[in-house]
Design a protein around this ligand. Structure first.
Ligand code: UD1
Length: 431
């Protein structure tokens, strides 16, 4: 429950990157030794992946709040907790990691946020090229290395895909010979996965460019690694500071990863100052309209599209948002309309008539980033907003409510209780 009309001020510390962590945890499956991973974000997606590894036989121990020790030496190929796998998108990384370690894999088709059709054909194309047969049957993915081991290959991705790039890197790490991935995605978390694997003995070059070369190695050894800060979490606080007209110092970031977000915020009139591993965001007294198009990195991230849309609802003038990555990522717009936002959607384009004062309403967090957008809109609105299904937000933001309240927001988790089937949490208003 959000009491709106607050202005964010102060400092916020950014956690480790979700999309790096969710690949690095499966990568630990391939390590013949103990991995100590620092800056692990405390979010439900990483908790679920750690649980999956534990159920496969890994020894997992938190050394402090954000440092986890993972020992997968005794993991054996057995039936995994498929109910958990089904809930997260990143479970697809277990295909590459298990193929690398065991020569075969069985996972569920990935879950995650629903932005329309999200195929994994490019992952499968990559695994096929490396010498694995892949079958999708009754919601499961079965992958088998044809001669028990993968072999390096040249793979051209028909679509720039973060998941396929990282999954092929995982599978190729312990393959025989050299793999070349062309038209690879270039996101910071791809570089982070490659750096993690290289620090454990892999030989991966070119991550962060559109051609990644993986020279297969015999085995990986244990070691320590710190995950990079989360680009999207940082961007969300930047947008929240700007939308509420506040002033927030965002700490523990890599400003280069935020340039695409900083550039668009500056166009709205927001001041963004980079200094070392911080950015200072000072909101303008009145925000200006902008046009945004989401693209693979270094373009404006699709995951920042819903938070930016919430900001543009309170900016002056008409803004145009073009979604360049997914077919259907504007479903949440209906929720913003309940708060008085005027937004027209036609396919992949949303036209936002800004300048309206939003008013609090009961809304849904349709997915992870849409949930964050609802919270930002709620802070800008007059009155009270109740966001339901906050479990989506917990998938990817560590202590979201605590961090925002420390900046001056007025947000309460009202009542969280288990539904009778014991799985889904629901948020109900009381009093
Ligand atoms: C990852 C991120 C997600 C982010 C997205 C784009 C994780 C766990 N999730 O998702 O937060 O929004 O990158 O930055 O890291 N596609 C295909 N075939 C494939 C794979 C993808 O057609 O085999 C399409 C997708 O439907 C989408 C586009 O390619 O239209 C990009 O998807 P991709 O980069 O693969 O996103 P994810 O890895 O699923």
């Amino acid at each position: 429950m959000i009491h709106g009309g607050t202005t964010l001020r102060g400092e916020v510390e950014i956690s480790g990157a979700k999309n790096a962590a969710v690949a690095i945890i499966p990568a630990a499956l391939m390590v013949d030794g103990v991995c100590v991973i620092e800056n692990m974000p405390q979010i439900s997606d990483t908790e679920m992946l750690l649980t999956i590894l534990r159920e496969l036989g890994a020894r997992i121990r938190f050394l402090n709040r954000s440092t986890v020790e993972i020992d997968c030496r005794n993991v054996c190929m057995q039936d995994a907790p498929y109910d958990l796998m089904r809930k997260i998108r990143a479970s697809y990384y277990l295909i590459g990691a298990m193929l690398g370690r065991f020569g075969h894999a069985k996972t569920t088709m990935p879950g995650g946020c629903n932005f329309g059709v999200r195929p994994i054909d490019q992952h499968i194309k990559g695994m096929n090229a490396l010498g694995a047969d892949v079958d999708v049957k009754a919601g499961f993915v079965y992958a088998d290395a044809r001669d028990g081991k993968l072999h390096g290959a040249r793979i051209y991705l028909d679509k720039v895909s973060v998941g396929a790039t990282m999954n092929i890197i995982l599978a190729a790490t312990l393959a025989q010979g050299r793999t070349i991935i062309e038209n690879a995605a270039r996101e910071p978390h791809i570089v982070d996965l490659a750096n993690f694997l290289n620090s454990m003995g892999a030989d991966i070059r070119g991550a962060g460019t559109d051609t990644v070369k993986v020279n297969g190695v015999e085995k990986l050894h244990g070691g320590s690694y710190a995950i990079i800060p989360d680009q999207i979490e940082a961007g969300t606080y930047m947008v929240a500071a700007a939308a509420t007209g506040g002033e927030v110092l965002i700490k523990n970031v890599i400003p280069r990863h935020l340039e695409c977000i900083s550039a668009k915020l500056r166009e709205t009139g927001t001041i963004v100052l980079e200094n070392g591993d911080t950015v200072l965001v000072k909101g303008a007294s009145s925000l200006r309209k902008i046009n945004v198009k989401t693209l693979p990195y270094p373009g404006f991230p699709t995951d920042m599209q819903p938070p930016m849309c919430a900001l543009l609802c309170v900016a002056g003038g008409t803004s145009v948002i073009t979604e360049g990555v997914y077919d259907n990522r504007f479903k949440y717009v209906n929720e913003l309309r309940k708060m008085g936002a005027e937004i027209q959607v036609d396919g992949r384009v949303a036209v936002v008539e800004g300048g309206h004062r939003l008013s609090g309403a009961p809304v849904m967090a349709c997915d992870l980033r849409a949930g964050a957008a609802m919270v930002i809109a709620g802070m800008c609105a007059s009155g009270t907003t109740v966001v339901e299904d906050v479990r989506f937000i917990e998938r990817g933001y560590e202590n979201f409510v605590g961090k925002l309240n420390a900046l001056g927001a007025d947000i309460h988790i009202v009542d969280e209780r288990e539904e009778s089937d014991g799985r889904d949490k629901i948020l109900t208003m009381i009093g």
